[in-house]
Design a protein around this ligand. Structure first.
Ligand SMILES: *[C@@H]1O[C@H](CO)[C@@H](O)[C@H](O)[C@H]1NC(C)=O
Ligand SMILES: *[C@@H]1O[C@H](CO)[C@@H](O)[C@H](O)[C@H]1NC(C)=O
Ligand SMILES: *[C@@H]1O[C@H](CO)[C@@H](O)[C@H](O)[C@H]1NC(C)=O
Ligand SMILES: *[C@@H]1O[C@H](CO)[C@@H](O)[C@H](O)[C@H]1NC(C)=O
Length: 410
């Protein structure tokens, strides 16, 4: 309660006309690592910068003049009281690992239940990674038992082992991943003109052998496959195909529109589920599979294009697996929404420019798990354990909400 009072006092200092008449936003006790962000207190700012000065593309906005340190000190930001049900009474947040420059904590976060490990991949095409044309982005894993042992430590750098996983044959620039019948299915962006993008299954145990599942659309190369998921109702594989391989200079010019595809691995049928995106990126389904969420990160395509989406779209998924009713679900406030996942109740989580944003199924922003830096992706393991990618930093958070899985595919 002390922190809530000091927050209200601060808001009162900063914007006396508003907070004087505002009732407290959150009546329940706040967890130690949580703080309330009163949106009403910044509805009217004394000056509002131009797009050239501030456009959400770089440093996160610091609401209410809170410092970046203050925002990180209590990383569970409550925008709506419903967020307290998501995080529960005692959420934890820990930095597990960091690298000086190499962004090895990037995407394709996926839980391997049998050994309770989380796999993830390096950022392909980032100059600091030296990947792209020269070498493939690497796959790594951590043990969640090790992570859980340090969950009450805020900084546990050096206490958890980050293990390199050498897939054979090597998956070329993996970027998206999902559980697949006890194995892991990766979306690979490809490398140069002759190593085409593909969906590739990896054995999550040594020797990490791999098998291609799909590498073309009726004889044509995909652009650079980015993310994939599986619909729990029809068990078909859905994946996105933007042109980041081209943006990052490791794939040739695109040969097809930037689309979402649907792949039936029993019949071999590949179809287009949706188009009309600038850069379709993350993809997920609601727990029963009746809604699909696709992020569009077109704001970063050929450099910064501020008129393109930085948005999450929701589609209704018909019984036959086709998409309809495209709806703008959210336009994110800080940079782009990349990875997207639902919890077991259908709340929607997106990896954004300042952490993980959490929305209820109506698209209301409930809160953020604030990292103060790009969190391109993240994933649940069972029981509220979350691993969050921060490019050069790796985070572990525990909350009350639970992940959404296809049990038979774990
Ligand atoms: C933040 O600080 C600046 C500079 O001191 C001030 O002009 C502005 O009013 C403050 N913003 C808010 C929301 O209080
Ligand atoms: C966006 O903001 C950054 C500063 O954060 C600035 O350097 C850039 O020029 C802006 N871009 C546009 C298109 O206004
Ligand atoms: C590939 O290696 C060359 C030579 O070392 C270097 O100049 C180039 O920047 C590298 N490209 C990437 C994408 O890392
Ligand atoms: C890996 O090799 C084993 C043994 O040959 C095989 O059963 C399994 O299907 C392979 N997995 C993949 C993904 O290639």
């Amino acid at each position: 309660m002390a922190s809530l009072r000091s927050f209200i006092a601060l808001a009162a200092l900063l914007t006396s006309s508003v907070s004087a008449v505002s009732p407290p936003l959150v009546k329940r006790a706040l967890p130690a690592l949580a703080q309330v962000i009163n949106q009403k207190a910044f509805n009217v700012l004394p000056t509002v910068p131009t797009a050239e000065e501030f456009n959400g593309s770089s440093a996160p906005w610091t609401p209410l003049n809170l410092t970046s340190d203050a925002l990180k000190e209590k990383p569970f930001h409550v925008y709506d009281e419903e967020f307290l049900d998501i995080i529960g009474p005692n959420p934890t947040f820990t930095i597990l690992a960091q690298t000086p420059k190499d962004p090895i904590f990037h995407e394709a976060v996926v839980w391997y239940k049998k050994r309770d490990e989380m796999f993830f991949v390096q950022n392909a095409g980032n100059p600091d990674a030296g990947t792209g044309l020269n070498k493939s982005a690497a796959i790594y894993k951590i043990s969640l038992k090790e992570a859980d042992a340090v969950k009450h430590t805020r900084n546990a750098v050096g206490k958890v082992t980050v293990t390199l996983v050498k897939s054979v044959p090597e998956i070329p620039n993996p970027n998206g991943a999902y559980q697949y019948k006890g194995q892991i299915l990766f979306a690979a962006e490809g490398q140069g003109p002759n190593i085409e993008p593909a969906l590739i299954v990896m054995n999550p145990e040594e020797p990490y052998n791999t098998t291609k599942l799909l590498n073309n659309y009726f004889g044509r190369q995909f652009n650079s496959l980015n993310d994939l998921t599986i619909n729990p109702r029809n068990l078909e594989i859905y994946f996105t195909d933007p042109t980041y391989g081209l943006s990052n200079n490791f794939r040739p010019a695109a040969g097809m529109p930037t689309q979402v595809y649907k792949f039936n691995d029993k019949t071999g049928a590949v179809t287009v589920a949706a188009d009309g995106f600038a850069m379709p990126n993350g993809i997920t389904f609601s727990p029963k599979g009746e809604y699909a969420y696709v992020t569009d990160t077109g704001m970063w395509r050929n450099g910064l294009e501020l008129l393109n989406p930085s948005s999450i779209y929701r589609f209704t998924v018909q019984k036959d697996g086709t998409f309809e009713d495209r709806k703008t679900f959210a336009y994110t406030d800080t940079n782009i929404p990349d990875g997207v996942h639902c919890d077991s109740k259908g709340n929607v989580y997106a990896g954004v420019g300042d952490g993980v944003h959490v929305y209820n199924p109506s698209g209301k922003l409930l809160g953020k798990i604030y990292t103060g830096r790009t969190a391109a992706n993240f994933q649940f393991a069972s029981d509220g354990r979350l691993v969050i990618m921060g490019e050069t930093q790796l985070y572990y958070a525990t909350v009350a909400a639970k992940g959404d899985f296809i049990e038979s595919y774990l």
